[in-house]
Design a protein around this ligand. Structure first.
Ligand code: SF4
Length: 281
């Protein structure tokens, strides 16, 4: 890495997950990006947020990695898609941040969640950072779409006390249209976590006209219930809070006219998960 970039001058903390942050690592050469990916000693972090109560048990410190290989139509953080929208941060610097919050997180029965973007785009860094958190006695969660789950060895899976697994759709064609990628690798990762009895919370975004068809929800519910290691399902209502980012970034936003689901639709989806034998919220 050529020099410690803007970490000293650009604060890592975000005001909220919806703060638009771009070009934080602008000017970092491609070779340095590749080197960071290979060693994991440096990662590209979009921001840290504190006090989250929706990214795992208790109160969480969340680090958002930069870089994602998917292009979900409803993504509320499209500014995290590019690695160079993140600040290059050393493991030592990130660990220092974790150490600051260690006691508070313990008191609030919380922990550290690594999210993104897609954290496993930088799997070497992800393993090291989650390992550092664990080394400090902090509960760890990995929020992932699972697509690159095969990059982690069985031993490396253990660095996450909990996996927050995003299941975006059930029908393979719909999944492809919604995310730009195949569903197969995510399902394979889910089965592997199940075989190793790693605790999982499933996250399912309810998008009217896309994922609210009962057959779609039932497909995800049956699959998740059959795994045997899913402790909880969070049904997340689609929202428009990230819309401005698509516009600011000059991206075509196809869900401009989609309304958030009605509370009854969210309750109905939860009920489908519950009927399958899962705890859903
Ligand atoms: S996987 Fe997450 S970060 Fe990536 S495009 Fe989808 S919603 Fe956005």
């Amino acid at each position: 890495m050529s020099g410690e970039p803007s970490a000293a001058t650009t604060p890592l903390a975000a005001k909220s997950p919806f703060e638009l942050r771009v070009d934080l690592g602008k000017g970092v050469p491609e070779t340095d990006v590749r080197k960071a990916l290979a060693t994991g000693e440096i990662g590209f972090l979009h921001s840290f947020t504190t006090g989250s109560t929706v990214d795992g048990p208790g109160v969480r410190l969340v680090a958002w990695t930069a870089g994602c290989m998917w292009r979900c139509l409803y993504c509320h953080n499209p500014d995290t898609w590019t690695m160079t929208n993140g600040i290059p941060v050393t493991i030592a610097r990130a660990t220092e941040e974790l150490r600051k919050y260690r006691q508070g997180l313990k008191v609030m029965s919380g922990g550290f969640t690594l999210s993104g973007g897609e954290a496993l785009m930088q799997h070497r860094f992800a393993v090291k950072l989650l390992g550092a958190a664990r080394g400090l006695g902090i509960h760890t969660a990995l929020d992932t779409n699972g697509y690159y789950g095969d990059r982690l060895s069985d031993a490396e899976l253990e660095v996450a006390d909990l996996v927050l697994l995003d299941l975006k759709a059930w029908d393979p064609e719909r999944h492809r249209r919604l995310t730009g990628r195949e569903i197969g690798p995510t399902l394979a990762f889910a089965r592997r976590l199940a075989a190793r009895q790693r605790p999982v919370w499933v996250r399912f975004v309810l998008v009217p006209g896309w994922t609210d068809d009962p057959a779609e929800v039932e497909g995800v519910a049956r699959f998740a219930a059959g795994l045997g290691n899913v402790q909880r399902v969070d049904v997340l209502p689609f929202h428009q809070m990230g819309r401005f980012k698509w516009k600011e970034l000059g991206l075509e936003y196809k869900l401009d006219h989609v309304q958030p689901p009605a509370p009854a639709a969210v309750a109905g989806a939860c009920e489908i998960f519950r009927r399958a034998g899962l705890d859903a919220y």
